[in-house]
Design a protein. Sequence first.
Length: 283
Amino acid sequence: MDNNPNSPQGLAGGPMNPGQPAGNPGAPAGGAQLTGSVLFYKKPEPLSPEAHGNLGVKQIDQPFGFLREAHAVPVTVTEFGMAAGAYPVIFVGEERVPVAVMGVRQGQNLFVKGNGMIEEDYYIPAFVRRYPFVFAADNNSDRLLLCVDREAPMVSDSPEIAFFENGQPSKFTNDAIEFCKEFERQRRATSEFADILKKFDLFEQKSVAFQPRDPQGNPVGQQQKIADYWAVSEEKLNALPAEQFMELKNNGAVGAIYAHLISLLNWSRIIQRAVRANEPAQA
């Protein structure tokens, strides 16, 4: 059984079958084993009353502490407009997975505060909000199974909200199923969005670098490369034949493309945030 592949880390297994229905977490998992890895998830297990009947979630001191070491988080195409107000939205890997850049160094998220909360008024991607749940594909059947990260800090055997009530999924669990179903629909739509951009050869490789400067604004030392990534080429977009542009428009892709392009203006903001984060504290 393979975990959801919508992660900048990628997976050892293949992608989900878009036609698979969601599994019932009230049914036994049948001992299926997960393969691959997904960002955040340390020990995902198919949710079942036999294995997790006494578990649920509780409030914790660091609600988004698990996000602290993630410098990029996948986003779906419907999130581009909201994410673009805060982060660069770029594409990575052969599959051109869109991610929101939340830091410029591996292992450092610039938007998670010391108390484990995300900075106020910054968008929280659905990929983050679905945690500790995730869908996984069962290689032995045509369905998706709801899984939970057994090592998530909010998962507890002394829960405030239970996963199951009388052996059946609680309202909380059913809501999680619906959220993950919608996330999976949007993930598929995002894959189709990337595919049409590839079909029209709209991607170009780009890089971003930082030039250190002294207090007077003079360059100091060599430029430091921050990232290589894929982005939509404005030149290629403007040169599209009318019928291809209309296909993008009819598919609802044009708004997302422009949101992505506008989001790239956030590179300077996130670099400056990184500079401030690494400045020594004033006495």
